[in-house]
Ligand binder design. Structure first.
Ligand code: WTA
Length: 635
């Protein structure tokens, strides 16, 4: 019986039980049989849950890019590794074979080394979804530099704070990026960011849009001429299992983004294993995940997971609405995509459009369709299942997080029966539990609670860059001895999990995690603002939208409120990015606060939702009268 690939429900239950009873043996087998190592491990795992210390595959030596590329060359050298589909459908798609990918990564790795990047250095990558993004990520991994990809929709202030947090010495960017019919001048954003980021010594610039750029002498270099000179082979750096592979920032409950650190061996083993099982990838399949490589989904399931399995993975530069709303379906036809992985927000947006956009395409190549990033509502699930999956493709609703590194709870196609809106069962090796408010584990089925994981898994983040204490406090103290996900979940009568949403201060808007604190910090920078509070409210495309309650410094501030609201949104856009803009801003004279000064967000959430039915007990509020006033002023 294979440890690596599960092919029946019985097989799943067997493997699952093994993985709980003997987790070390389980992961040992998987790691042993499917990867290339310079040196194997002494021990599968050493850990201390209280201190949040985890070492997987102790003392093993490897390079993840040898596993993503080199070992495929003999058998799959001419196979397409990456299909690049440009924003503009008139521009030719590119097919990059494993041989070509090897040469590109080797050249880029050599360029990085020549430019002074060494093992352990941090490199910020701020690029559109073009092949150079994939190549830059892999080239960093090749030489042991730690990549920190920043989503190219973030503002210069957000880029700068991320660069400074991990002290990146290099930025890789492009002149600009294409998104639909827009051109965004990325280099200008980087220039602005670097005014506040003196740690950056070099900026490598990819030419994509021919936008006008200013190149700063001694700092900025066009990439292509360097690549033209570089040698197309490269000796990979030997990495320890626990050497950091990358940092990826995610929002938290304070204004400071959390740089989640992922390390090499555990991340490799589990992204590969989960990709193979969750997408049922077979040798000649074409796989497409529509996420951006700037998010964890893109790291694990556009690049590492697929390449580790020698897959063909599509990288799409554009947006689902350009040139029209059939773009996704057209691409599936064009490249005969077999596995398609996207987000509920995209599904809801596309389901709103004329059904012809999707019905024009037979989509017969599809075998498996997937969803990630937020709860998928029943309506979206059925639309996706019927109109994209043709009711014949299993729909895998995959639950996981930036922090978990790989998919944790998901159906396995053709193995686990699916149930709408349920992420279903944990993958082998994953031990979810539900906890009640008294920190007791809730046993049995048909129950709800806070979702925790009670045993470590290989691809878990190891720390927050520069702040292990925060890592420990955020994830390992709410429920001692367990990892707390920040999500609530229910377990149904057969043990299937359904994720109900965040139970902390993170709001998921269009699949993007947004902390309330950084947005409130941005608003409070407006000179007229005294205080603010953000809550999410249901939105039929974005899942959630943001509602801001803002107190102005001067009561009855005489300025035009519409202008003020625009200025506030502009500030948010500048500090974080347009994704964090508020849908609604209500100016208020006070916020409901407890006697200890904590804002009662529960009430604000209800008002934003327009649900005035029952505010619960508000007698503990310092200022209960404000509730009525806010309610009456609801927009
Ligand atoms: C949410 C994305 C319901 C959840 C991979 C989680 C989901 C957060 C699902 C992590 C799902 C992700 N069903 N909710 N299938 N997948 N989430 O870090 O709240 O961007 O904690 O990682 O997204 O978001 P992140």
């Amino acid at each position: 019986m294979s440890y690596y690939k599960i092919d029946s429900l019985e097989h799943y239950f067997k493997m699952y039980k093994k993985s709980v009873r003997e987790p070390r043996k389980f992961w040992d087998k998987i790691a042993d049989e499917h990867f290339t190592w310079y040196q194997k491990w002494e021990k599968v795992i050493e850990f201390d849950m209280q201190e949040a210390k985890f070492n997987w595959f102790v003392d093993a030596k490897l390079n993840i890019t040898k596993n993503c590329i080199d070992r495929h060359l003999a058998r799959r050298g001419d196979k397409t590794a990456i299909i690049f589909e440009p924003n503009n459908p008139e521009e030719l798609a590119q097919h990059i074979s494993y041989n070509e990918l090897y040469a590109k990564v080797a050249k880029m790795a050599n360029v990085l080394r020549e430019q002074g990047v060494k093992k352990g250095d941090r490199v910020c990558i701020y690029l559109p979804m073009i092949p150079e993004l994939a190549v830059s990520v892999l080239a960093c991994a090749r030489i042991g530099a730690i990549h920190s990809v920043v989503f190219a929709g973030f503002s210069s202030a957000a880029v700068s704070s991320r660069i400074n947090d991990s002290e990146c010495k290099m930025v890789i960017t492009s002149d600009g990026s294409y998104r639909g019919n827009k051109v965004i001048d990325l280099k200008i954003i980087v220039d602005e960011a670097l005014e506040k980021s003196p740690c950056v010594e070099k900026v490598l610039v990819v030419k994509r849009t021919n936008s006008k750029v200013t190149m700063k002498a001694d700092r900025d270099i066009w990439l292509q001429p360097l690549l033209d000179e570089a040698v197309p082979n490269n000796v990979a750096e030997i990495m320890d299992a626990e050497d950091p592979l990358f940092i990826l920032y995610t929002s938290g409950s304070t204004g400071k983004p959390k740089g989640m650190v992922h390390t090499t061996a555990g991340y490799m083993v589990q992204t590969a294993y989960s990709f193979k099982n969750v997408f049922n990838y077979e040798e000649n399949d074409v796989y497409w995940c529509t996420a951006d490589i700037g998010w964890i989904t893109g790291h694990s399931y556009i690049l590492y997971g697929p390449l580790l399995n020698g897959a063909t993975t599509v990288i799409f530069e554009g947006v689902p609405s350009y040139p029209d709303f059939s773009r996704f379906w057209e691409i599936i036809e064009k490249h005969q995509v077999n596995q398609f992985y996207t987000a509920p927000t995209a599904i809801r947006a596309l389901a709103k459009e004329n059904i012809d956009f999707v019905q024009r395409f037979p989509l017969k190549s599809l075998k498996v369709i997937g969803s990630v990033g937020e709860p998928i509502n029943e309506e979206a699930w059925h639309w996706y299942n019927a109109h994209v999956g043709g009711k014949r493709c299993p729909l895998v609703d995959t639950w996981w997080q930036t922090e978990t590194g790989s998919i944790m709870i998901s159906p396995i196609p053709f193995v686990t029966p699916t149930k709408p809106t349920y992420a279903s069962l944990p993958l082998p090796g994953i031990q979810p539990v539900l906890m009640d408010e008294l920190r007791n584990e809730i046993e049995g089925n048909q129950v709800t609670g806070s979702l925790c994981i009670k045993f470590p898994w290989p691809s878990m983040a190891r720390t927050i860059w520069g702040d292990h204490q925060r890592y420990k406090e955020t994830y390992f103290t709410a429920f001692p001895g367990k990892y707390f996900t920040g999500d609530g979940a229910l377990r149904d009568e057969v043990g299937y999990y359904r994720i109900t949403g965040r139970v902390d201060d993170v709001i998921i808007v269009s699949g993007h995690n947004l902390g309330t604190a950084p947005i409130e910090d941005a608003i409070n920078e407006h000179p007229a603002v005294a205080e603010s509070a953000i809550v999410g409210f249901p939105h039929d495309i974005k899942g959630n939208a943001l509602y801001g309650y803002v107190i102005l410094k001067e009561v009855g501030e005489s300025r035009n409120q519409e202008n003020l609201a625009n200025e506030i949104n502009q500030l948010i856009s500048d500090q974080i990015g347009p994704i964090a803009k508020l849908d609604t801003i209500q100016f208020v004279n006070g916020l409901p606060k407890t006697r200890s000064g904590k804002i009662m967000r529960r009430i604000l959430r209800k008002i934003a939702e327009g649900d005035f039915s029952n505010f619960g007990d508000i007698s503990t509020l310092l200022n209960p009268e404000i509730v009525e006033e806010i309610k009456n002023g609801k927009l």
